[in-house]
Design a protein around this ligand. Sequence first.
Ligand code: DLL
Length: 432
Amino acid sequence: MVMFSPEFETADRKAIEALQLERLKYIVGYAYDNVPMYRRKFDAIGLKPSHIKTFKDVSLIPYTTKDDLRENYPFGLFAVPMKKIIRLHASSGTTGKPVVGGYTRKDLDDWATCIARVLAMAGATDEDIIQVSFGYGLFTGGFGLHYGIEKLGATVVPMSSGNTERQLMLLKDFGATGLVATPSYAMYLMETARRNGMLKDLKLRLAILGAEASTAEMHASLREISGVFPTENYGLTEVGGPGVSGECREKAGMHINEDYFYPEIVDIEKNEVLKEGESGELLITTLAKEGMPVLRYRTKDITSLTYAPCKCGRTTARMSRVVGRTDDMLIIRGVNVFPSQIESVLMGMRELGKNYEIIVDRANYMDSLEVRVEVDDANLLTDYGKLEELVARIRHNLRVVVQLDVKVKLVEPMSIRRGEGKVKRVIDLRSK
Ligand code: DLL
């Protein structure tokens, strides 16, 4: 089996840990010296970088949260002058303010290495032609995978997202052997290809999936209908994007790029670091980022770790498939949506009532989002022209904020159920 960095990926656990500890100590000092927020947090509890001598000591370091990133928006957590930052990426956030990441030239090179490894884990080589169906833009998925593919030496087709017909035409005409996409979109593409009788014209053998949760059943079914071998990979904007970890063809957890990321699993309520195999929230400390080092970032993703060697020969730690998030973020077709973003749009429109619900569903493996909202005046519902105009305006406003096509249904005032106690706006029918 071909690995991108075999000397590291199959290293002795002791060697991996020695490298991690050395990098941990370095990055803690680096963050303390160069990022005022870390210095403040350390000083507030009398912690010095020199106190971090063992892995155990890491638990002395305060967590970093999304709020820390927002409060320091946009560039407050950068550890180098802007002159050294050569790329910015961002993801959406609840308040409309995105989470921003800044990359130095070395960060981009390291990132490409991490992605090249993930691709090799999936079984890709320099002979592959890989179509990237993630959006190219501030989202870390498109460009992140793009440069990793180039680094591996495969041929990249920077297709970007959307336009299913054209995606399929190019897969066929260019003879792509790999597809990079969200699991739901890959499934939709393959379903469509199957219905069009196009599967036989495709040379596709690998589906490299990430950016949203997927299940083992979904992978199995994708493989069954298309013959394409799926693997998944994981990452988040806050620590640089995709490339934190990826599945190998054993499909027994995602191998973490441990020379770049130090993972911990914690029980947040008990403020306790959990043991191998125990499930909890994943924390990530970046071990080599120059632009924006992050210490003990609370990912809100629930997973567990194993350090047992894998049948593939790799010795790096593996994280299990992400079970879910501790907060209420919805991920629709790879795009993050917060209920509060939707609310901010609806509440800003005069014609609308104050009650609404969000229905998330999945048809043909594609996520859909519907907003049911009450109108302020029932007469509006019988005025077809006005109704249509209003629905179009709501959809437009929602699109601007959540970057998705949202189905909108206007209903009678006071008709949506109102519960007692906490309101539950989101109805997620996907789990059914
Ligand atoms: O989605 C980075 C990425 C791009 C990863 C492409 C893989 C491929 P964000 O937009 O910041 O970054 O969203 C990060 O997405 O905290 C998880 O909740 C979720 N997520 C990403 N990958 C997976 C996965 C990118 N394989 C958030 N399984 C993370 C489950 C995932 N959830």
